[in-house]
Design a protein around this ligand. Structure first.
Ligand SMILES: Cc1cc2nc3c(=O)[nH]c(=O)nc-3n(C[C@H](O)[C@H](O)[C@H](O)COP(=O)(O)OP(=O)(O)OC[C@H]3O[C@@H](n4cnc5c(N)ncnc54)[C@H](O)[C@@H]3O)c2cc1C
Length: 444
């Protein structure tokens, strides 16, 4: 199939026969693989019209999975075209399998139980499975994100077999809204139009933020530093070059930075004298999520789970001076103006072999998105973080997940961005019915 796919442009006649065969197979069977099969072949022909759908969802991480489930629950009819370049459970499964989770196990189970299409997948599966594995863990504790990753893969596979879901493994490059028909058409790597629908949702995720400057040492990718097996391999390789113990700088003081320090400390204590660590937070003291009467203080910004435990006993304030981790970690607090902070950082980094930047996450590049001849997802992208609307209200373009999280009011009167699988689910259960109502998706 891939050879045909590559030669697709010159295979229009053959492709038409294959399209008919695939369409016949799809009509005549309930084979769950058939929708994917049909779509693959339709893409071989330049003449093929894009699949008409109720909605198009780009991204199959925790947010995209939750959007597809909510759309199935809230629409009566029509296909949900679901596009992702991997279908591997997004970053939780692909990148963070070795990371300890920061939310209660129960919230991963709640995510599955929140929607009928997910419950159907669970109820029709054999046991044991990825959900029963989560159910067997202590529900108020945390767990490795490999459990959440397995659960996301399990739900993804079930959704991909759903008769109303057409899943396409592709990179979406562009989307255009036809103002006359009020439909979005999306195109992928090969520039062929894939599908058209009145409702388009981007759940395309974020990646680690990085600053660039001449004085920074070699970059050690945050994703690698969050993965102990890859981190120890990389440091063993650096050590084998015979230039002495590598010194690793860690920039940042929130969840990811603390996890990196935990990983580096675990390596350092096994092989004392093999690595050195310099830590660059903005404050000597750290911020924690704390259970209060009926709510969680700093729910979206404070440290949680194992990272919080490690920080409290090893890193925070005076603890560093006397803790076991403090034997390996040298702290350089970045204080004062931006210039002052930069001076402290550049002098502190002298002699460092690597720098891990754990300073937040930046929305990934969106497909080029055009409404009435105008690009809307460039620098001036309008985002309403209370409704998920992107661009103008009424365009039928929405976003969710870490790239477009919900803005929530805190009990202290501030605002925070709500990032986490259960938080995405709660938000989507509220807004997806509004998206469907506004666009008429699934009713045509
Ligand atoms: C270190 C860390 C730990 C976390 N721990 C937890 C935790 O314990 N519990 C919790 O609930 N949350 C946690 N989160 C928060 C959150 O759940 C994750 O960040 C999650 O991965 C966000 O999901 P997402 O679907 O928005 O994006 P992603 O997981 O990044 O998924 C985006 C998907 O979009 C696809 N994509 C992007 N662009 C295109 C395109 N143009 N065409 C096709 N496909 C495309 C990608 O292939 C990917 O599959 C953590 C986050 C971090 C950074």
């Amino acid at each position: 199939m891939s050879a045909l796919h590559q030669r697709g442009c010159s295979l229009s006649a053959n492709a038409t026969i294959l399209i008919r065969a695939a369409a016949r197979q799809y009509r005549n069977t309930r084979n769950p693989c058939a929708p994917t099969f049909a779509v693959q072949f339709v893409r071989l022909s330049h003449d093929a019209a894009p699949t008409k759908a109720a909605a198009i969802v780009v991204g199959a991480g925790p947010a995209g999975i939750a959007v597809v489930g909510n759309l199935l629950e809230n629409t009566k009819d029509g296909r949900i075209v679901w596009i992702d370049r991997e279908f591997h459970g997004g970053r939780i499964n692909h990148t963070y399998r070795e990371v300890p989770g920061n939310t209660a196990v129960k919230l991963f189970v709640d995510y599955v139980k929140a929607l009928e299409p997910f419950r159907d997948i669970y109820n029709s599966a054999g046991t044991p499975n990825a959900i029963t594995a989560l159910e067997e863990l202590p529900q108020s504790g945390t767990c490795s994100l490999s459990y959440a990753g397995d659960m996301l893969n399990f739900i993804t596979e079930g959704l991909r077999k759903h008769p109303r879901v057409e899943s396409i493994k592709e990179q979406v490059r562009s989307a255009e809204r036809d103002v006359t028909s009020s439909n979005w058409t999306v195109s992928a790597s090969n520039n062929l139009p894939y599908a058209s629908a009145p409702l388009l949702v981007y759940c395309t995720g974020s990646h680690p933020t990085e600053i660039e400057a001449d004085y920074l040492p070699k970059r050690l990718n945050l994703d690698t530093a969050l993965t102990p097996s890859r981190l120890s391999e990389l440091l063993a390789e650096a050590l084998s070059k015979g230039n002495g113990p590598p010194t690793i700088g860690v920039l940042g003081g929130s969840h990811s930075a603390i996890l990196v320090l935990m990983n580096l400390y675990a390596i350092a204590k096994q092989q004392p004298e093999q690595i050195r660590i310099r830590w660059f937070p903005r404050s000597e003291t750290l911020k924690y999520a704390e259970q209060r009467d009926g709510y969680i203080l700093n729910d979206n910004t404070g440290l949680k789970g194992r990272a919080a435990e490690f920080a409290r006993t090893n890193l925070d304030g005076d603890a560093l001076a006397t803790s076991p981790a403090g034997k390996f970690i040298e702290r350089h607090v970045l204080l004062g103006s931006k210039d002052d902070q930069q001076k402290t950082l550049s002098s502190g980094l002298k002699g460092c072999t690597f720098l891990v930047q754990a300073i937040g996450y930046t929305r990934g590049k969106l497909p080029s998105t055009v409404v009435g001849g105008r690009e809307v997802t460039g620098k001036g992208l309008k985002v309403n973080p209370r409704t998920g609307t992107l661009g103008e209200d009424g365009d039928g373009l929405y976003g969710a997940g870490i790239a477009f999280p919900e803005e929530v009011d805190t009990p202290e009167g501030g605002q925070e961005m709500a990032v986490g699988m259960w938080k995405f689910m709660k938000y989507l259960k509220r807004v997806v019915p509004e998206w469907v109502e506004k666009t008429g998706a699934g009713k045509r």
